[in-house]
Design a binder for this molecule. Structure first.
Ligand code: SAH
Ligand code: SF4
Ligand code: F3S
Length: 479
């Protein structure tokens, strides 16, 4: 399917998305021995959307005759797909640029391009600050890459940071970088129309728009036909997915889209991320319940457990409302795992209000969380309206408290799985030993268990859990 249906087998991903926290490095160095005359090297930072975008970029470059390389020294084009979510994410990118500069000084013709959210946030300013950079390309401008590369080859620096209201790259079949051949991400929408006061994403990704539902289903079907067994539907706020069929004028909402994907084949697992608590509907929960292959796992970031802080954050729900949502999920899908994102030390947060986040974590029994301390971002509502007045040490102290608590809760909820038997999709062998398989339960928990002959990545097995810690379950296959 698609315009760029070029899917050479690539391997050599050094770090998978599972290991990389949101806002942290995700390297997409690839090895591909090929006959290509030109090679690109790409590194990605940030969220899964960025990871997914790098696969679109790879697909666009492949049609231009570019092969991928894992060795940046042999690349003609070095790309860095960047994240702006926290100051630290941007600092990491700046450090990587120093490394790329060295290569460019040795090999003059090498082009360096900055893609993604930092490109969008800083625009032309990046060219002034980063003298050796040739291209600055925002998240909605990747189709323009071939043109920009051509002019850069002629010595003209290229900037395209145009944010679109329509672009969804719907027709581009992503080139699956470093894929395990079993699990894949599918972008179903772009941008974000929420205005969480701390967040830079609406500025770097533009307005929310949903992708043509049929192209999503055909991408998922194509993946299934190629042996993939799990797809994760991606968006900053998947529950507000809304696509109107231009011919019939019928609207497809997220619950309906999920059902369309789930119906492709019962052997294809469906996951999704991220759900904004205000938008997840009862229909979504009932659809999850109805289909065995829709995983019992919801990433439902709370950000804070305190109503006053949630109001300042402009999350549009309060503590009680969120708690009711948690109750509703567990009552409809008792076996559901819920995970979260939390920010400590948001503007004016008191010690007591911080305690509300801790008690919320106990209440929701999150299986895991991504946790951060507040990092002020220029241009956001919070930057304009509130003072970033919590001392760094306090932010960090509160962060270490929530991390410690999450570890305890994760261990407790995981220990409750000991003795139970779960359907696990094998993703490959364990990183530590090729005598063990690794896979995930429907609840998105990583399970390690001894290899059994005749089984391979992409197969489903039933595993009885014998051991658990805060991060993984261990067990053995049962028949
Ligand atoms: N769309 C997703 C989140 C995307 S950003 C959602 O609404 O949940 C991922 C996470 O980064 C956020 O959930 C938040 O916890 C964190 N984050 C965003 N901006 C931040 C900031 N300025 N400082 C610290 N953490 C931030
Ligand atoms: Fe940022 Fe809020 Fe949009 Fe998530 S929902 S991307 S936190 S503005
Ligand atoms: Fe970062 Fe942009 Fe994602 S700011 S978290 S890469 S949308």
């Amino acid at each position: 399917m698609g315009l760029y249906n070029d899917n050479p087998t690539l391997d050599g991903l050094t770090k998978t998305i599972e290991e990389s926290k949101q806002g942290e490095v995700l390297e997409l160095g690839l090895t591909q021995k090929s006959s290509h005359t030109k090679h690109f090297y790409i590194e990605s930072y940030g969220c899964q959307m960025n990871f997914s975008d790098s696969e679109i970029v790879a697909s666009i470059l492949a049609t231009e005759g570019y092969g991928s390389t894992r060795n940046m020294e042999e690349a003609d084009l070095i790309l860095i797909n960047t994240c702006s979510i926290r100051e630290k994410a941007e600092l990491t990118v700046r450090k990587r640029l120093r490394v790329f500069d060295k290569i460019k000084r040795k090999k003059k013709g090498t082009l360096i391009g900055i893609l993604g959210c930092m490109a969008e946030r800083l625009k032309e300013k990046l060219l002034e600050e980063e003298k050796l950079v040739d291209l600055v390309v925002g998240p909605d401008a990747y189709r323009d890459l071939p043109n920009l590369i051509n002019s850069a080859d002629d010595g003209h620096k290229g900037v395209n940071v145009f944010l679109s209201r329509e672009e969804t790259y719907a027709d581009i079949s992503p080139l699956r970088l470093g894929s395990n051949g079993v699990t894949a991400f599918i972008s179903i929408m772009r941008g974000c129309d929420n205005m969480c006061s701390f967040c830079v994403v609406p500025f770097t990704r533009g307005r929310e728009r949903s992708r043509n539902a049929f192209t999503i289903v055909s991408e998922a079907k194509d993946l299934f036909d190629r042996g993939f067994r799990e797809v994760t539907l991606l968006g900053q706020n998947v529950d507000s997915f809304k696509w109107e069929n231009p011919e019939t004028k019928q609207i497809v909402n997220f619950a309906q889209l999920m059902e369309m994907v789930a119906k492709i084949n019962p052997l294809l697992r469906v996951r999704f991320s991220t759900s904004h608590p205000k938008d997840i509907t009862i229909d979504v929960l009932h659809t999850m319940k109805k289909y065995d292959n829709i995983c019992n796992y919801i990433h439902l970031p709370v950000q804070s457990g305190n109503s006053r802080i949630l109001k300042l954050m402009n999350r549009t729900y309060d503590r009680e409302w969120y708690m009711q949502k948690i109750d509703e999920i567990y009552s409809i899908i008792p076996e559901c795992a819920i995970s979260s994102d939390m920010i400590t030390g948001f503007c004016t947060e008191t010690e007591e209000e911080h305690q509300d986040t801790l008690s919320m974590m106990e209440y929701a029994k999150y299986s895991m969380s991504y946790m951060f301390y507040y990092s002020e971002r220029e241009g956001t509502l919070a930057h304009r309206k509130y003072e970033d007045d919590i001392q760094l040490e306090v932010k960090k102290k509160r962060l270490s408290e929530i991390i410690e608590l999450q570890n305890r809760i994760s261990r407790e909820v995981n220990l409750m799985d000991v003795g139970g038997t779960f359907k696990v999709l094998i993703e490959g062998t364990s990183k530590r030993s090729d005598q063990d398989f690794r896979g995930r339960t429907s609840q998105n928990k990583m399970v390690i268990f001894p290899v059994q002959e005749g089984l391979k990545a992409g197969d489903y097995v039933f595993v009885t859990i014998t051991e658990a810690n805060s991060a993984t379950l261990k067990g053995h296959i049962v028949n």
